[in-house]
Ligand binder design. Structure first.
Ligand code: DGT
Ligand code: CA
Ligand code: CA
Length: 573
């Protein structure tokens, strides 16, 4: 049973308890479990097998028993009993925003509707409006929510969205009187996929920026066009919302719409106890009803007695407690990166020469670059054999004489064969500065085979880094079946590094894996896997993943300056 399936069951339980009008604390406890499971870097099944469930935040005795029953039998008696109290499909209806318990019950009992699709059909056939005393408006509203929900399911990879957003921001940023223009929402938190884009800003006169926004050349459709809020659709079906407020209220606006929703809910709960109410407009004192505005997020968090929380950490995990204690880590930043340790050239399937890649890396301010072309393994175009690799090593020696201001390391991205052996003689690998190993073919092996194969490479003393460990491709190639916890244990034991691959279609390790690896003391490397000079810019995506994984400078190898990293790589042999 996958973690997402387990989470869904507990989400349903929370929904059904809400329908029953149960105690809100009980409901929230279940919601917390859902959040925890969604963020787990390991399989719930494994935690059950190892009797380690209690370490998951929000999971006590009762929940442990329920999870254990669910994953061992595929069945949860409590859930089945609860479901039996309600008509079928009720929890699906509750997933539609704007449908509360009463409406869901009414739709089900009067019209026998059990799914969002059936509801949509009934609304279009005009069967729903008569159910509500308020008439057409409610039905229409629900229809819009269903359609929005369907669109929300099609999340767009951040790598596709970011260039579009950058273009929009460039066009708006220089309008007179506009300030603070910035993304909020999941984009600012750097999630790997985005439901929609939320942009925030302030202006002397909001109307002008709104007019420019809805008339941008890339706008395909205008959904909402108000004086302070507008929503448009750009190519690819991506929805972009823009909100503009006055300068002195920017902090609370940005905070509110950065989310995540769970972070805001946790924050609101905590501040309610302090007699304060949060909103997008500011903080209201419940006793005096006075509204305090905030120009910056820093001031907003400070007013609540909290250290500033970087957006990437606002996922409703333990960030508020940590901010309370003043122990939010200083997360790694793009400017901490001193070099890229995984790039390709025209020696294998890359586009540019070694020299061009080196000069591009130097232009980014890097101190070093590792050339890691593919080995000749099956299915890789122009991979290097031992003979060509030897020639490449000597060409790199010569280039290092010729070019100043950047050091080029000799490396390889060696293919891990189906049996776990490496596609290059060991004595040649031992000559290289850095050896990256990765899986590229036979992706359909069983989890047991694949895990053994990857651990075989990790245990090979020549291997420094395991690259893109799960081989997933966004948006739709699923990760390979591999026991990541076993991979982590092997990497920790052998002191092998794991890569966060910043190629936006990979982002592999992903955020929760980076978190887990860091927690186990595994050293990470952030690479771009560039196949041309422009790809070196993907580093910012990798850094985003690392930040979501709570990584600091000392967790990431390629934040070390040239001298240190040279010594370190030598010491590994
Ligand atoms: P997305 O668009 O699905 O990738 O994820 P977000 O996080 O960008 O979500 P979105 O666009 O629906 O809303 C942006 C932020 O607005 C969200 O992260 C937190 C805030 N927000 C939205 N709905 C609610 C809500 O019902 N309660 C609270 N407290 N905040 C909300
Ligand atoms: Ca959003
Ligand atoms: Ca939005």
């Amino acid at each position: 049973m996958k973690n997402s399936d387990v989470a869904k069951v507990f989400q349903d339980i929370a929904d059904l308890l809400e329908l029953k009008g149960e105690n809100p604390f009980k409901i929230r406890a279940y919601q917390k479990v859902v959040r925890s499971i969604e963020h787990l870097p390991v399989e719930v099944e494994q935690l059950v097998a190892e009797d380690n469930l209690k370490e998951v935040p929000g999971v006590g005795e009762a929940i442990t028993n329920k999870i254990t029953e669910l994953v061992t039998t595929g069945h949860l008696g409590y859930y089945e009993k609860l479901k039996a109290e309600f008509p079928e499909g009720i929890s699906t209806l509750l997933d539609v925003p704007g449908i509360g318990p009463k409406t869901a019950m009414l739709l089900s009992s009067e019209l026998g509707i059990t799914s969002a699709d059936e509801l949509e059909k009934a609304i279009i056939e005009d069967k729903v409006a008569s159910l509500f005393r308020m008439g057409d408006k409610t039905a229409e509203n629900i229809l819009r929510q269903i359609q929005a929900l369907r669109k929300k399911d099609q999340r767009i990879p951040i790598g596709e969205a970011l260039p579009v957003v950058d273009e929009i921001l460039t066009r708006l940023r220089y309008l007179p009187g506009v300030k603070n223009l910035t993304p909020a929402g999941s984009l600012r938190r750097f999630r790997e996929t985005l439901g929609d884009i939320d942009l925030m800003g302030t202006a002397d006169d909001a109307r002008e920026i709104m007019r420019t926004f809805v008339n941008l050349p890339q706008v395909k459709e205008v959904l909402v066009s108000g004086t302070t809020k507008a929503s448009v659709v750009v190519p690819g079906g991506l929805q972009v919302d823009l909100r503009i407020v006055e300068h002195d209220a920017f902090g609370s606006l940005l905070q509110y719409f950065t989310g995540s929703k769970q972070h805001n809910i946790n924050l609101r709960e905590r501040t309610h106890r302090q007699g304060l109410k949060l909103s997008e407009y500011g903080i209201t004192n419940l006793a005096t009803e006075e509204l305090e505005k905030f120009a910056t997020e820093e001031a907003f968090y400070e007013r609540l007695g909290l250290e500033f929380i970087p957006p990437e950490l606002r996922e409703g995990q333990q960030e508020i407690e940590r901010a309370e204690q003043g122990t939010i880590p200083r997360l790694i930043e793009l400017s901490d990166i001193k070099g890229d340790l995984h790039v390709h050239t025209d020696w294998s399937d890359g586009h540019d020469t070694i020299e061009a890649m080196a000069l591009a890396a130097k232009a980014l301010g890097y101190q070093y670059l590792a050339i890691t072309d593919h080995s000749g393994g099956r299915g890789i175009a122009h991979g290097l054999d031992a003979e060509r690799l030897r020639r490449q090593i000597s060409e790199i020696e010569q280039l290092n004489q010729k070019i100043s201001g950047i050091h080029i390391f000799s490396g390889i991205e060696v293919d891990i064969r189906a049996d776990g052996s490496l596609d290059m003689p060991g004595e040649l690998l031992a000559e290289l500065d850095i050896v990256i190993a990765a899986v590229h073919s036979s992706l359909n092996q069983s989890q047991e085979q694949m895990t053994r194969r990857i651990i075989g490479a990790i245990e090979n003393p020549n291997v420094d880094v395991l690259a893109h460990p799960t081989c997933r491709l966004l948006p739709d190639r699923e990760p390979i079946a591999v026991d990541m916890e076993a991979v982590f244990r092997a990497a920790a034991k052998t002191n092998t590094m794991l890569e966060i691959n910043g190629m936006p279609t990979r982002l592999d390790l992903k955020d929760i894996h980076a978190y887990r690896a860091r927690d186990l003391g595994i050293k990470l490397v952030i690479n771009t896997d560039a196949h041309r000079t422009e790809h070196l810019e993907f580093m910012r995506f990798g850094v985003g993943v690392a930040r979501r994984g709570w990584c600091q400078t000392q967790d990431i190898l390629n934040t070390k300056p040239l001298k240190e990293i040279t010594t370190y790589l030598k010491s590994r042999g």
